[in-house]
Design a protein around this ligand. Sequence first.
Ligand code: ATP
Length: 231
Amino acid sequence: MLVVDEIEVRYGQAIAVAGVSLRVERGSWVALIGANGAGKTSLLRAIIGLAPHRGRVVLDGADVSALPAWERQRRGFGLVPEGRQVFGNMTVEENLRVGGYTRDVAEVRRGLEKAYALFPRLEERRRQLASTLSGGEQQMLSLARALMTGPKLLLVDEISWGLMPILVTQVFAQLARLHAEGMTILQVEQNAREVLRHAEHAYVMSAGQLVLDGPAGEVARDPRVIESYVG
Ligand code: ATP
């Protein structure tokens, strides 16, 4: 579904991503782990078109490398950004509608029904301002908003950040449910232990480069990964 070829991201003279290539098969769940500052977020932002980059991004056979972010999103990328980034002064439902802004009225209606079926808590709070939600609820909203775009591929950045353990378990269960329904997921995650338990394949980044990849179970047993990221 996704082919990423020799992606390079620079901030001025600094190289954040130095020629990374990876693949995500349709229907798979792929983890991307690595230390702080390894370049994981920059790589995700390049894939979706939010960071200027060199290299090629191919979604479902179409080269989208030259397209702006909004056009890539329309082609099937959904992003759950680092730090949730919900619109605090808008209601829950308004946030969801923003997620569906490229879709027609019937698709938005179906999207809302699906979001509320998946996250009943959001339906209960649909008229509340997003700023009044708890951290876990805001994370749910961020995920539901990404789903409103009707993505083929979900890019998930640090979804467990700042959540207490019970909510981490819940949010992974929600991703597992989406995956079971066929969603393709590329997930950047500090919580290596949890993501390697769920994903099928894993890539490890260090200092802007990929240093290891393989089936997630094998990566989880790699002594270098245990020492640096799993503990
Ligand atoms: P984290 O888990 O801390 O978010 P990461 O692996 O996602 O880390 P990035 O956020 O992609 O890594 O950062 C990669 C490198 O690029 C870091 O050295 C970071 O300081 C730098 N960087 C990120 N964004 C910018 C920016 N907008 N301007 C300049 N440098 C940046």
